[in-house]
Design a protein around this ligand. Sequence first.
Ligand SMILES: [Fe+2]
Length: 189
Amino acid sequence: MFDTDRFIADCRSALEEDRGTGKAVREIVARAVADPAAIIRTLGEPKRAGLNVLHHTPDLTILHLLWGPHMLIMPHDHRMTAVIGIYGGREDNIFWRRVAEEDGASRIEAAGAKSLCTGDVTILGKDIIHSVSNPIPKLTGAIHVYWGKDFFGIDKSEWDPETLRERPYDKEKVARLFEESNAGLATSH
Ligand SMILES: [Fe+2]
């Protein structure tokens, strides 16, 4: 069974055990997403896109992410280390790196990609910039663990999807993306 309180406690002791490298947390998340049915029994059958907070303290944030069908999130950073595990669907990541432009403005270029399926787990370093897409016509479910800083309290960046120029992360806009995705889900039923 997936016990949320137990999972949070396990993540916290794993972080103490591996001094924040993420390897022990990765094992905890891998064990959880290896049994999607257990997660669904506890967190519910995925019905709506959303960013659901399972745990939030100034040094540890655990999210239950549900990406809507074909949802896209522009390039962004987190400025803290993360472990991401998928328990249903698929999450395609493009990784980006910063390039300096002649005028000194910050821009990015694509540097790699990683496609995550059910049961896959990955560690994202604190400097990672990624964009995320759910390429399938159904919800994708993921557990995200972030640590070392206050996920909701720090400044972050996003990059304009068209010009790839840096700007402050707009969390209200991201909330709207989830709402729009849910509006699409409502009309498709
Ligand atoms: Fe992200």
